[in-house]
Design a protein around this ligand. Sequence first.
Ligand code: AMP
Length: 217
Amino acid sequence: MYIVFLGAPGAGKGTQAVKAGQALKLDHLATGDLFRQVQAQNTNTARLLRSYVEKGQLVPDDITIQTVLEQLNAYTGRGIIFDGFPRNLTQADALDNALAEREESLDKVVYIKVSEKELLSRLSGRWICQKCQTPYHNVTAPPKIQGKCDRCGGKLYQRADDAVETVKKRLDVYFAETAPLIDYYKRSGKLIEIDGEGSVDDVGRRIMDSLKTAGVV
Ligand code: AMP
């Protein structure tokens, strides 16, 4: 089974994709996480990736598609939740073709919808655990001890691309390049739209209920 989680930066895609992956026993493939692993290295590829990510721009399609296809071509598990991929029509097309070559196809696309005002507030207060990637928020989900992860004790950090100017750029890129995917998947009958405002558990429940109603689980 293959499900795409679609939504603006800050919509809660990552958190919900991990939750749904655990509930449905599917693997979680997040291009943002893959890129952050590479960026942490001291290599030319890391510097190249940083030059896009830190400005809030998309990594070029050839690099992104190759990164995902390497994972997909070697994949033999029971299914994947794609988080942060595809992010434009070229990538969506590449994913459709790659799955068709495996005689498979996308089952559903979960689109998590959140207002722009809420996105800006969420992103500018976001802190993430360096070790386990659990997200926190200054106002809505603060850790018990400032700067420390409740789950694993790891150190919390702010992503370089969560700076206010970069956040605005990432949202612009989202509306220009990624938002057209909503119509693309609506036309194919695969889109499930979820209200992404409210608590993590409420949104998670809406997602699972909708997947059940759609007959996916
Ligand atoms: P995310 O963690 O999904 O917000 O991704 C962080 C950053 O990684 C994005 O702002 C992009 O610069 C880059 N990135 C992640 N996924 C993609 C993708 N599918 N296409 C291009 N760039 C991506």
